[in-house]
Design a protein around this ligand. Sequence first.
Ligand code: NDP
Length: 287
Amino acid sequence: MENENTAKIISGKEVSAKIRGDLSRRCDAFREKTGRVPGLAVIRVGEDPASQVYVRNKLRACEEVGFYSEAHVLPENSTMEELLAEIEKLNRDPAIDGLLVQLPIPRHLDEKAAIAAVADEKDVDAFHKLDAGHLTLGDGNILPCTPSGIMEMLRYYGIPVAGRECVVVGRSNIVGRPMAALLLAADGTVTIAHSRTPDLPEVTRRADILVSAVGKAGLITADMVKPGAVVIDVGMNRNADGKLCGDADFEGVSKVASYITPVPGGVGPMTVTMLLANTMAAAEKKM
Ligand code: NDP
């Protein structure tokens, strides 16, 4: 039976399909002008199973829009020198427009130094300190993929941000902080909550737009959501049955929210799509 209080689904798949169609056309035009296609290289260190899946998805997405892509897999026990040498080699490779190191890398390696070693013009993850600085100042041109994908979804579904209460749960450098910066740049009134927030439900209930980027299944329950709020679920977790799920109790929250992103099929596809968009932009800049 149809429940009239069921939130509309924000489909990352649908928004992705539209953007990837546009990218495919831009890729054709780029090929005609330059005689080559945009190229993305991904470095993976070790055999983390989740990273293997993410890298595979990125390469498959490149293929879908017509980009060139390559994965470079280094052994788990690689040294920092070996990793930096691989990054340097790809920094110099003219066929590569976008370069990223799939995180996490093994603990004995220096993640910050690896990110910093990627050439500025190829940093399609936009994790450089400089990118974070530009974003904070509101003049960034290349944006981190997950938060910029979320902004694209809000735009696609005509969900206004200006003047609305936005709550971001999570303050990581790759999701929470840049998400808050983008919502602020779009004139939202932004609150960031985290593990030291004493009364999380009191904060989340203020949100017209609630973004959860924590990584805890079942963290966001229906009673924590204001009726009619838009809920963006970034979390990627496994439930007790081993199924992929977000941070929100999807069934319960769907009865309260006006819009919700599913997991899978919500934020995830958008993250990869924005990586493609950043790679396209990096290639076009060289034209
Ligand atoms: P991090 O672990 O780096 O950050 C998690 C954040 O959640 C931290 O800021 C932490 O607070 C906060 N937190 C932890 N517990 C609580 C709690 N009980 N209440 C409130 N806040 C809490 O994770 P990421 O930002 O990298 O990723 C978050 C989730 O998003 C993960 O599930 C990840 O897999 C997923 N993800 C999904 C992507 C996609 O494309 N769909 C892309 C990237 C990530 P504190 O800072 O105080 O420790």
